[in-house]
Structure formats: C-alpha cells, structure tokens
Design a protein around this ligand. Structure first.
Ligand code: CP
Ligand code: NVA
Length: 304
C-alpha cells in the first residue's frame, strides 16, 4: 500500500486536506447522533494500542470505527512488548498483515514514527510524549462550532509547553490563527518544533505572563500541569505552575465572548477551577464529544 497516509502530526497535511477532514466531521456529526451513519468499513479491523491510560481516546476511536461498521481490538504495550519483546519493525509488519489500521498511544514519539515507516496500513497518533494531533483537530472543530471560524482568533494555552502545546504549534503552521502559550520559565515547548513554526511563518508567541497572554483571548486552553509519565514531578510542578491556574479572575481580561477548552482529564482545583470548568464559557464536554466525530473523519479518510 504505497500511498497509505498516517496521521502523526497536523502539519503533515495541507490546509485543504485538514479542512476536508473537519468538514467530514461536521457533516457526519448529526448522522452519528441519529445513529444513521452508513457502514463504510465492514470487515475492517482497527488495532488500538495503548501504553498509557485513556478515557476519551480509547472510547472515541473504538466507537468511531464501530460506527463505520468496522471492528476494534484493544491491545496494551504489556501484551505486544513493542521494542522489548519484539522490534518495532516486526510489530509493524505483523499488525499490517492482520489489521487495516493502527491507532497508538505511546511514550516515545520516535517509535511511533518508526512504526508508521514500516507499517503498510495507516498509523494514527493517539498521543505521544511529543504531540496529540487528534485532540487538536477536535479542538479546532469545537472552536469553529462556537466561534464560526478559527481564522484570526487568539488561542491562548495557559500551562505546560507539552504535547498539546506542540500540536497547537503544528496547527498554527497550517491554520490562520494566533497561538499564544503562557508557561512558566523552563517549561517551553520542544525547541525544534518552535523553530519549525518560526521558519514556517506561523503566528505564535510564548510568554511567561498568563495575565498578559489572556488579554483579548477568544479561546483559553487548559491541560494538566503534569502529563502521563510525569507523576513524580507533580509536587514541584504544582509550585512552578501556581500562577498558571485558569480561574475567573484570570479570565477577566479575555474577550467577552471567549470560550474555555480543556483536553481533559482535568485536575479540578489545580490547573482549572470548578467555577470555570462548569461556567458559562466552558465548552469542555462539546470538545470531548468532538473527539469522536473528528477521529471518525480521520479514520474514514485514511482507512479504505
Ligand atoms: N484528552 C484525552 O486524550 O483524554 P484521554 O487521555 O482520556 O484519552
Ligand atoms: N498532556 C496530557 C494530555 C492528556 C490528554 C498528557 O500527556 O498526559
């Protein structure tokens, strides 16, 4: 399958290709809600490989592919031992002989790139330590549902320069919006990705002042202070990120019609207050639902 496409980084796709995925997600959302989606993928099997916990990613990929008439198989790193029990290359070859697509949540991004290189079926990144492209596709879908378009909007992430920040930077290479990250010193995103976004002429800025960052924000974006695998840093990070909580006082300077997104899971009372999570500007559960619709569109586009 020489022409197979993977979904590993948002900027691997052109803006028209990304728009086509988002359009498909938007068109099929009401059909999915009405249980009237056509079964375009009968007899197809999606391998869902997980080395980290998940609620949204696992459920949304499994439900999405079943909605297309396909079947899914949940596999943990402990079972396949990719890179330990057997090489990434061999896992890629074997899964490609038996399955029609691979969705993977993993630690090491390089191993996912290697998996995709050797797989002959599409590989979809369900989060690595580097990035989380499917999440940001669902986020853009959510922003456009509420604000009409992402074009020209100020998307302000308050928190860690983590895998979500990297996917937002990748998105800013393709979509015409302004990305602002307010993070503590020492928590800036991957330097190579920042350099890539700069070279591409993306509109973004990294600051250490959350108050200044949210001025005029149309979208406020939150994520945990510590990601999966960083639990041992929780105490230090809680201190380092103390000024970076998304709270009602912080949001006073935002645009009056701003919306609040959080990829979830949220540590309520830590990086975001209950008041904001459950407040009138919050669209976090629309965002969670849109994982299903955005990912179904990615699956339908990539898997034949
Ligand atoms: N947002 C997200 O990826 O959630 P899960 O970790 O529950 O999959
Ligand atoms: N940055 C978080 C995102 C969770 C969806 C993590 O990697 O744990």
């Amino acid at each position: 399958m020489a022409d197979k496409r993977d979904f590993l980084h948002i900027d691997d796709y052109t803006l028209p290709e990304l728009r086509a995925i988002l359009d498909l997600a938007k068109q099929t959302k009401p059909l999915a809600r009405a249980h009237t989606l056509p079964h375009t993928h009968p007899n197809r099997v999606l391998a869902c490989v997980f080395a980290k916990p998940s609620l949204r990613t696992r459920i949304s990929f499994e439900v999405a592919f079943r909605q297309l008439g396909g079947q899914t198989m949940f596999i943990t790193d402990k079972e396949i031992g990719m890179g330990t029990r057997e090489s990434v290359h061999d896992v890629a070859k074997v899964l490609s002989r038996m399955c029609d697509g691979i969705m993977i949540r993993w630690f090491d991004h390089g191993e996912v790139v290697e998996l995709a290189k050797h797989a002959t079926v599409p590989v979809i990144n369900g989060l690595t330590d580097l990035n989380h492209p499917c999440q940001v596709m669902a986020d853009i879908m959510t922003i456009e549902e509420h604000l009409g378009t992402i074009e020209g909007k100020n998307v302000v992430m308050v928190g860690d320069g983590n895998n979500l920040a990297v996917s937002w930077l990748n998105a800013s290479i393709r979509f015409p919006f302004n990305f602002i990250l307010a993070c503590p010193e020492g928590y800036e995103p991957n330097e190579a990705i920042v350099a890539k976004a700069e070279a591409a002429g993306a509109s973004f800025c990294i600051t250490h002042d959350p108050q200044e960052a949210v001025e005029g924000a149309h979208v406020i974006y939150g994520d945990a202070f510590y990601s999966m695998g960083q639990e041992e840093e929780a105490i230090k990070r809680r201190k380092d990120f103390a000024r970076f909580q998304i709270s009602a006082p912080l949001l006073k300077a935002a645009h009056k019609d701003h919306i609040v997104l959080h990829c979830l899971p949220a540590h309520r009372g830590e990086e975001i207050t209950d008041e904001v999570m459950d407040g009138p500007h919050s669209v976090v559960f629309d965002e969670a639902e849109n994982r299903l619709h955005a990912q179904r569109a990615i699956l339908a586009t990539l898997i034949r």
